[in-house]
Structure formats: structure tokens, C-alpha cells
Write a protein that binds this ligand. Structure first.
Ligand code: AMP
Length: 130
């Protein structure tokens, strides 16, 4: 069965899209640690990130860089934190989290709530900086 992220990429499940190219897709995490918390996923479905072939994992990092630069321009912060967990969704992904302190990337923190309008506005703000 296709992963939830493949279904998002295919447009079967809605998301707040930030960026896309032929191989990768970026969208807002629905349970964000911070405003702008973004997930970068390869369109090719693979559970564990380190099972991806070399070209895909290298391309994923370059795509993440573009998104991170736009994210930092859109959401002022000290830097963009990068995390790879994959404990919940078995489709490789990179978390990009605007951060000012280490506490901002503590995945045990309560997640923030935003309205659909707020999520849409955030995604648009980031994608405009691409
Ligand atoms: P992990 O697999 O541990 O890296 O966590 C998966 C992340 O995907 C979590 O932060 C979830 O909030 C996020 N997530 C799960 N389903 C969706 C969805 N439909 N749209 C956006 N983010 C999601």
C-alpha cells in the first residue's frame, strides 16, 4: 500500500505544499514544532532514508538546502534545524525546523496548532522565497 506521503505527493490527500521538483516534494508538517516546520520527501517511496541510492539522498539534501534557505528568509530564526526520525511514517523524510534554541527541536514538545488559513499563509510565505 502507498505511504501517506506518496498519497500526498499524488494529490490524494491534501497538504500545505511548499516546493516540488521532479524527484522531491516539500510540505508543512501538520503537527509542527515551530511555524514553518517542513518535511522534505523523495517521490520515490523508500522507508529508511539510508536505504536510498546515493544520487537520491544527495539530491534530497540539495533540495532541502533550497527549501531551508527560503524557510529561513520567510520565518526569521537563528538557523534551520535538520532532523531525521522516521519513527511514525515509513517514507523517508527530512524535518526542517526554524529554530532559535535547542529546545525548538525537542520532538517531545507539545505540537503547535494552526488554522488551515494560517498553514496556507505560511506555506505561501515560504514558497514565495524560493
Ligand atoms: P517521523 O516519521 O517520526 O519523522 O514523523 C512523521 C511526521 O510526519 C510527524 O511530525 C507528523 O506530524 C508528520 N505527518 C504525518 N502525517 C502528516 C500529514 N498528513 N501531513 C503533514 N505531516 C504529517
Amino acid at each position: 500500500m502507498a505511504s501517506i506521503f506518496t498519497r500526498i505527493i499524488n494529490g490524494e490527500i491534501p497538504c500545505y505544499k511548499v516546493a516540488e521538483d521532479d524527484l522531491f516534494f516539500a510540505f508543512l508538517d501538520i503537527n509542527p514544532l515551530r511555524e514553518g516546520h517542513t518535511l522534505v520527501v523523495p517521490k520515490k517511496e523508500e522507508d529508511y532514508i539510508f536505504d536510498l541510492d546515493d544520487d537520491t539522498i544527495a539530491g534530497m539534501m540539495l533540495f532541502s538546502k533550497k527549501v531551508a534557505v527560503a524557510l529561513k528568509a520567510a520565518i526569521p530564526c537563528a538557523r534551520i534545524g535538520v532532523a531525521i526520525l522516521g519513527l511514525e511514517v515509513p517514507h523517508a523524510h527530512i524535518h526542517l525546523v526554524p529554530m532559535n534554541s535547542m529546545e525548538d527541536v525537542n520532538f517531545r514538545n507539545p505540537k503547535l496548532k494552526f488554522t488551515p488559513e494560517e498553514f496556507r499563509a505560511t506555506a505561501e510565505k515560504i514558497s514565495k522565497k524560493l
